[in-house]
Design a protein around this ligand. Structure first.
Ligand code: HEM
Length: 187
């Protein structure tokens, strides 16, 4: 005769989980504020360019591509830092600097997106791009705030870091990759 499996004890809630509330709330606030600003502000439509690029859109697309590549460096270096064997000191330096440079590269791009283009809803791609662009900065702020907070659950940083990376890749796919596919891969 088969017996029903004994009920397992419910997992106790992690008391440290409450510590992520502040980074999470501030991150959500940043994302919402960017979205509200992008929606309420009348897009100015101004264009920018960098010498060597055919148009400002291509300059933005290549800056976003560099940021996405550095995002991959972020994930790979984080993976090594979290491995059981530990990581050499230069890996955490690489992680910190690739992250800083990646975010800095997105700043001129997002300033143009927000000021000149605004929160676009005219197609699913553009809506997803605008939403995830806001989520990217919200998740980035949440991750930065988590770095300096003590007593957070171990999963907090990888979760926020994963969200920053995922948002960046989706933003890149819905802008730079789309542009390269539609208008050609050149500078
Ligand atoms: C990580 C942040 C972001 C990056 C790297 C990024 C990157 C780009 C790139 C490369 C383009 C294509 C070039 C162009 O059309 O000018 C673009 C277009 C655009 N971006 Fe962003 N963006 C970001 C955030 C945002 C945000 C926060 C918004 C609005 C709230 C936004 C709204 C738009 C819109 C409406 C377009 C035009 C899309 C089209 O019509 O094809 N972007 N973005």
């Amino acid at each position: 005769m088969r017996h029903a499996a004994a009920p397992t004890a419910a997992a106790a809630p992690d008391p440290r989980a409450a510590g992520i509330l502040v980074p999470l709330l501030v991150g959500c606030l940043v994302a919402v504020l960017l979205g509200v600003y992008g929606s309420l502000h009348e897009p100015t439509g101004f264009s920018i360019n960098i010498i060597g690029f055919s148009t400002g859109a291509y300059a933005k697309a290549w800056l976003a591509t560099l940021a996405a590549l550095l995002g991959v460096v972020q994930v790979l270096s984080a993976r090594i830092m979290y491995s059981r064997h530990g990581a050499p000191a230069w890996i955490s330096t690489l992680h910190r600097w690739s992250g800083r440079v990646a975010v800095l590269l997105t700043v001129p791009v997002v300033v143009h997106c927000l000021f000149a283009l605004g929160f676009g809803t005219y197609s699913t791609r553009v809506l997803v791009h605008s939403l995830l662009g806001c989520v990217f900065y919200g998740a980035f702020v949440a991750k930065m705030l988590s770095l300096t907070r003590r007593g957070l659950p171990n999963w907090a940083l990888p979760v926020f870091g994963g969200l920053v990376f995922t948002a960046l890749i989706v933003v890149w796919l819905t802008s730079a990759v789309w542009l390269f596919g539609a208008k050609g891969l050149h500078t």
